[in-house]
Design a protein around this ligand. Structure first.
Ligand code: GGG
Length: 357
């Protein structure tokens, strides 16, 4: 049998990224021992704000060469606003990686796990189990626009939202195909076509057109305001939720918050064709307020490791990591403080690695 070896690029980033990444790696290494495959790690000391402080940019000019062609990229979190404004650090690193590698799908599972204290009254595991599919390369995340008449009473700022037929259709196709594989086969589209009068009606039209190709998938749409309310009030009605870059981002923070904490939420930035590497990272950011205290929840990073292994075809190892996560989450003493426990970042990571061994 061929040896299973994967090259992965590792970028810890800023803030708690530097603390949760070693725990993700600890668990991945436990998985390699248990399931008999090899990960060759290449760590990169860029795409962080310390690099910016030294070089005046977030990544070297030849970052693509530096990264090479790994099987996947394992990413922590970026942003340290005391050094670099967030829009500069984000556009100079993560957003550049997502766009240059055409990772047009941002896939974010939302699942209530057993033992996790859920802030929504009366919900139990199984009640909340859906995917947010976020468009990841265009939409409201745009740097097209500008400022005029700065410093005068005519000061004006303008920013464009960009939706292309290709960009919208490919994310909808991915979302419908995901829904098709799920038992409930239901797709929900996030819109705001009553207020955002050009791009969002276009999004709705494309959803309606795409739905015709998937007659076995039921679909509905909600304006983003009532959709967010329903995440809190009726999370059980969702199966696959697709949204533009901004709406998807908001929904994929709110979803995990409804299941207990954003600290456990993972994501995959996927280039479905496989022409470029895909990138796996926790949904959370660098959290400067708790950085350096060894209190951050490493499960978002660890679950992202499981998503990465699933993507690499190591499905048994991915499932093993998730079982280990579930085992640890059931024990209050092993949880981090965002889940009411007192375990440190390292202790939580170690418990999961031990549960896997
Ligand atoms: N691990 C995710 C991360 O570092 N996020 C920083 C951030 O601000 N992201 C914005 C976004 O994903 O749109």
């Amino acid at each position: 049998m061929a040896e299973r070896t994967y090259d992965i690029a590792v970028i810890a980033g800023d803030g708690i990224g530097k603390e949760v990444m070693p725990e993700g790696i600890r668990v991945l290494e436990a998985a390699t021992r248990r399931y008999g495959f090899t990960l060759k790690q290449k760590w990169h000391e860029f795409a962080n704000c310390d690099y910016y402080a030294r070089h005046g940019r977030m990544m070297p000019e030849n970052w693509k060469e530096e990264i090479g062609r790994p099987a996947a990229i394992f990413f922590g979190a970026v942003g340290w606003p005391d050094i670099v404004p967030d829009h500069i650090s984000l556009w100079g690193s993560l957003l550049q990686l997502r766009r240059e590698y055409d990772q047009y799908v941002n896939l974010r599972p939302v699942r209530l796990m057993e033992g996790v204290p859920c802030p929504l009254a009366g919900r139990k595991p199984g009640d909340i189990d859906f995917w947010v599919v976020r468009e990841n390369t265009e939409g409201e995340y745009s740097s097209v626009g500008g400022r005029m008449f700065e410093g005068t009473d005519r000061e004006m700022v303008l920013q464009e939202t960009i939706m292309t037929r290709k960009g919208v259709d490919r994310i909808l196709k991915f979302a419908f195909e995901l829904a098709q594989k799920r038992p409930r086969k239901l797709l929900t589209s996030a819109t705001k076509s009553n207020g955002i009068a050009i791009t969002m009606p276009y999004w709705d039209e494309r959803v309606e057109a795409m739905a015709k190709a998937y007659p076995d998938v039921g679909w509905n749409k909600f304006h983003i305001d009532i959709l967010t309310a329903n995440f809190v009030l009726k999370p059980q009605i969702f199966d696959v939720v697709v949204g533009s870059n901004l709406f998807g981002d908001i929904l994929s923070d709110l979803g995990p918050a409804c299941t207990g904490t954003i600290g456990i939420a993972p994501s995959g930035n996927i280039n479905p064709g496989g022409e470029h590497p895909s990138l796996f990272e926790p949904v959370h950011g660098s959290a400067p307020d708790i950085a350096g205290k060894n209190v951050a929840n490493p499960i978002g990073q660890i679950w992202s490791a499981a998503m990465m292994l699933e993507y690499l075809g190591e499905t048994e190892a991915a499932a093993g990591i998730m079982t280990a996560v579930e085992t640890v989450l059931k024990q209050p003493a092993l949880r981090t403080r965002d889940l009411g426990g007192s375990a440190s970042t390292q202790a939580c990571g170690k418990s999961i690695a031990d549960a896997l061994s």
